[in-house]
Each structure stands twice: as C-alpha cells, then as structure tokens.
Design a protein around this ligand. Structure first.
Ligand SMILES: [Zn+2]
Length: 468
C-alpha cells in the first residue's frame, strides 16, 4: 500500500506539457549501440538537428556556429539567443530578442528568483517594471513589462538562483527547463520564439549537454530548440565521468546513479513496447513517436519519485529506480506508458482545467496498455488506487477555469465509469476521438462523442466533469 500511495503522489505530479502533433519534426538518426556506457567513456553528444535539416536547406538558416550569430544585428524575429554561464549556484545570462512591436509596451515572464540587471536596445537602457504573477507548473514568477522605442533587438541581462521541478544546479549536473522559467517566456506579443531558442553555454567543456552540440572552436556548447516544437528550452548538462549512458533502438537514456544501470534496458524495452502498442493497436491511424527518444533520469533516492514528463520525445523522470524489473514497480508499469502516450494525448490547454483531456487520455492509453500487457489484476490494482483517492480531489471543471489539483485523477475515474458499463472498445473510441480533434477542447470532445458514439456517453462526460 505504501507503494500505491507513492504512485498516487507521482501521478498527481506527472506533468503534461507534451506538445507533439502530427507532422512535427522529431529527432532522427543517432546510434543504436545497445550498450551500457559508463560516462567515463564519455557519452556521445547528441545532435538535435533533425537529419532532414542537415542538408542543403540548412543554408538558408543562420548556421549555429556562425561567428556573429548572437549579436543583436543577426537575431531575427521569432528567435531568441541566450548566452549562458553557470556560476554555481547561480546562472548569468544574456537573452537577445526582437519584439514583434516597434514601439510601446510588451511583457514576458521569468523566474522571480532571478534579478533583471539591464534591458537595453541600440539606443541604450530601457525602462521596465515587474510584478509577481502565478502560472501553472512554475514557482514564483515575475512578469516584466518593457517600454520599447524602436524595432531594434532587445538585450535582457539577468542572473541569480533558480528553483522548480527538476531544477538542479550542482557540480555534477545542471538541469533546468521550462519549470524553472530560467529564460524569458510567455511574451505578450504573438510569437513562436519558443520554437527557436539558441543557447550558447560557456565554461562547460567538462560536461555533456544532452541534445547539444559542442563547438570546439569557441569552446562552447550550443543547444537549440529548432526542430522541436516542444515549448521548452531544456538544459541537461552532466559532468563527464559522473553520469551514465545507455542507447538502444533509438532510445537514449542518461542517468546519474549506477544503481539504475540494471533497469535501463527494461526502460528502453518498455518505452518501445508501449510505442508499438499505441501505433499498431490503439492508435493505428495516428503514427507517432518516430526518431530518437531521449530519456533522462534524475536518479533520485529510491522511493522518491516526484513526477515525469514527455515533451516532444524528451522524457524526464525524477528517477527510474533501483529495481531489477519494471513489474516490481507500479510507477514504471503505468508511468512509462503514460508518458509515451503523451505523444498522442496532448493538444488541450495545459494551463487550464482542459488539461484533464490530455491527462485522462494519457492515463487511459496507459491503462489499456497495462491491461493488454500485464492483465486484469494489475489494471484493477492501479484503477482501485484512483478510485480510493478520487474524493480528495476537486471537480474537473473549475469555476475560474484554472487547472485543478489532481487533474489526472477525476478524469481517470470518470472514464472508468464508462469502461465498466461499455467496455474497453468504447474507451479506445473515446481516446481516438480526442486524438483526432482539430481543436482540443472539452466542448468539441463532447460534441464529437455525441455524434460518433452516442448522446448517453456524452451526457456521462458532461455530468462527470462537474462532479464533486
Ligand atoms: Zn501526463
């Protein structure tokens, strides 16, 4: 029971944030050595340039190692470049953007633990104001409003400590992502900046930056979000000689604790198996998850799993555990297929109550995989935990539209009510309706369910989202 409680906590913390839809570019290529490589052999730096973009089409792009790519003159709209330095335990960064407006105010959001030192353009320092703001998934944010007077590039200098899920700035590992809000985000002008952030990291020659490229000439790591529509700038820098690497069948696993070595092959196999189940059985009309998958385990102490996410093929686990087999651990039995399912179960607004769609679809994809792979008893054990804890969570639909606590739980139990009456096939149809939606909202989902399955099921969902 202790384990089930731990699993519940994990599931409450598992974060969606997956943003992978049909037609998005995934990583391709890479090696498939199938060996466990202690990092004293130095794990090969992964490239995050899709193979398809390494050919002639690259010429039209700003080359990543261009001498002056980071200067304000060369920054283009819808791009951001960041010079980053780790000065433990702080970061020191300079971000350069061109706002979509030439004159007037614009704003962005960044961690409130960081100090904005200067915001300037070619004419000099600009005025800015800041206020605290709360947004899902991130702690202690500040919204910075800048008054600009030209369409010039704007330089934002900032530094400080960070906190957030999966954020660690230590000698052994430096990991920080969207949750830490370590870079300007949520711009007030319409922007695709997240789709092309180039980070140039100095003073990390003794580290491997996951999905980065090392620029020998300048002694810097270059990390780019280009090619990944992943709404994240996820830096994972691991000290050489102090991390481990495993690669098999396009699945690259990085981890920090040797104890996890024995489970890595099973993690890769389970990821591959879940992908196969979804592609071939559950979602045969929606092929996803091709290319390289990167898994990073934070290697937390056994039993302290604190969540996981999949954002466009990068899976972050708090820890994958000191165990011999996946079937010994409820989190891995259900958690890996849940994260894999986010290749399909994504697209609804993760910042609002609508996230129940992503999470319910991911969890039920995983539950159908569990049923298929481990059988009814294991399935029942997992669902019983959801039922037990469901009364602790608020209704799915919140009055103010915000994302409710325990967003995974209530929807999973709601679908279980449908499963009990109408069976596995109906759940599979519901999941496929969600995956096929153009605009993933609860309203659209219920309308489609009413048309394609029946008004009775649509009504169960309509009532279920309001239920205490
Ligand atoms: Zn999830």
């Amino acid at each position: 029971m202790k384990k089930l409680t731990a699993l519940l906590l994990v599931l409450a913390l598992i974060l969606t944030l997956s943003a992978c839809s049909d037609g998005e570019t995934q990583e391709t290529g890479g090696n498939n050595t199938g060996e466990i490589n202690p990092a004293d052999l130095n794990s090969p730096p992964e490239t995050n340039q899709p193979e398809s973009e390494k050919n002639d089409s690259q010429e039209t792009e700003t080359p990543p190692f261009s001498e002056n790519f980071e200067t304000p003159e060369t920054v283009q709209k819808n791009k951001m470049t960041i010079d980053l330095e780790f000065q433990d335990p702080e970061i020191v960064a300079t971000a350069v953007i061109i706002p979509e407006i030439a004159e007037g105010e614009f704003s962005f959001v960044i961690s409130n633990t960081l100090t904005i030192e200067e915001i300037s353009n070619s004419s000099g320092s600009l005025e800015w104001t800041k206020e605290r703001i709360e947004l899902p998934f991130r702690y202690d944010l500040q919204k910075v409003t800048v008054e600009t007077n030209s369409g010039d590039a704007i330089t934002i200098k900032y530094s400080g400590r960070l906190q957030g899920h999966f954020t660690f700035l230590t000698d052994k590992k430096k990991t920080m992502d969207f949750h830490a809000a370590w870079y300007p985000q949520e711009f007030s002008f319409p922007s695709n900046i997240d789709n092309e952030i180039i980070v140039k990291i100095s003073n990390l020659s003794d580290y491997t930056v996951v999905r980065g490229e090392y620029d020998e000439k300048n002694g810097q790591w270059i990390y780019s979000t280009k090619g990944f529509v992943d709404n994240d700038c996820n830096i994972i820098a691991l000290k050489n000689g102090e991390h481990f690497y495993f690669s098999e069948n396009g699945i690259n696993i990085y981890y920090c604790d040797d104890k996890e070595t024995k489970i890595t092959a099973s993690i890769a196999a389970c990821t591959t198996d879940a992908l196969k189940y979804y592609n071939e059985i559950l979602y045969p009309n929606h092929e996803r998850g091709g290319g390289i998958i990167t898994i990073f385990s934070h290697s937390a102490e056994p039993g302290s799993f604190g969540g996981a996410y999949n954002r466009a093929g990068v899976f972050i686990y708090d820890g994958i555990g000191d165990i011999n087999d996946i079937s010994e651990d409820e989190f891995l039995i259900d958690g890996i297929p849940h994260e894999v399912a986010h290749f399909w179960a994504s697209g609804a607004d993760t910042n609002s109550w609508e996230d129940w769609l992503n999470e319910t679809a991911a969890e039920w994809s995983a539950l159908l995989y569990v049923l298929h792979t481990y059988g009814q008893e294991t399935f029942d054990k997992i669902i019983s935990m959801y039922i037990e804890y469901s009364p602790n969570f608020p209704p799915i639909k919140t009055e103010d539209g915000s994302r409710p606590y325990g967003v995974h739980n209530k929807g999973t139990v709601l679908f279980y009510e449908i499963y009990k009456e109408h069976g596995e096939d109906t759940i599979a149809r519901l999941l496929n309706i969600f995956v096929s939606l153009d605009e993933k909202t609860t309203e659209n989902f219920i309308n489609e369910v009413s048309v394609k399955i029946g008004e009775d099921i649509a009504q169960i969902i309509r009532e279920g989202i309001e239920k205490e």
